[in-house]
Design a protein. Structure first.
Length: 216
């Protein structure tokens, strides 16, 4: 698993083998919390199978879903550099297995192969860019537009897809109430852009219209 991830793919086999000796695989059930915002940081994690949501909590208890990670997704890397507590909750959206790797052997690998720092910088830049985009969306796009955009992101290139979130989690990802997001979904169905095929199963009927609405 380690040698197939973006961070460790360029490492020599012997370095990957040393890291693997320090890695542990952990299994979680759906809705289990892998780590809490504010927990001490001492490991980074790679999603081996399943899907997790990274979510930040506001002071008044509201939740914002920052990212959804699948196989190969990396989280917990910030504490590798600053040692600060976890900045978000991570929760399993499905039955999930992750590879946990203590910081110290990773730091040793970075010292041996400093070019890995550029890979981490690129990963962090992608995260920062996504955060900036979400902030712009919240300022300039209405709820239907943000909902359409998230649906397209989740579907990827597929026309038929399963929504890996509860209605509350989708609302947290959109940054709106569940009622307003449900109204947006109902609107898309009524317009013939989207079809509901069962619980959390959707088919995109008019992608061009959804994409246009996501930009308005």
């Amino acid at each position: 698993m380690l040698d197939s991830t973006q961070l460790f793919a360029s490492l020599p086999d012997d370095v990957v083998a040393r890291l693997r000796d320090h890695a542990t695989v952990r299994a979680y059930r759906r809705n289990d919390t892998l780590c809490h915002q504010g927990d001490p940081s001492n490991e980074l994690f790679i999603v081996q199978s399943g899907r997790v949501a990274v979510a930040a909590q506001s002071g008044d208890g509201r939740e914002s879903v920052i990212a959804i990670l699948e196989r190969g997704g990396l989280f917990g890397e910030l504490g590798l550099f600053d040692g600060a507590p976890r900045s978000a909750d991570v929760r399993a959206l499905t039955d999930t297995r992750v590879v946990a790797l203590a910081y110290d052997p990773v730091r040793e690998a970075l010292e041996d192969r400093p070019e890995l720092l550029w890979i981490i910088v690129r990963i962090l830049a992608e995260r920062l860019r996504a955060t900036d985009e979400a902030l712009v969306d919240a300022l300039f796009l209405d709820v239907p537009a943000r909902t359409a955009k998230r649906l397209i992101e989740i579907a990827g290139d597929d026309e038929t897809f399963t929504l890996p979130l509860t209605q509350e989690e989708l609302a947290a990802m959109v940054g709106a109430s569940r009622e307003r997001v449900n109204k947006a979904l109902a609107l898309f169905v009524r317009l013939g852009w989207l079809e509901v095929e069962g619980r959390n199963h959707y088919r995109i009927l008019q992608r061009d219209q959804l994409e246009l609405r996501a930009s308005l």
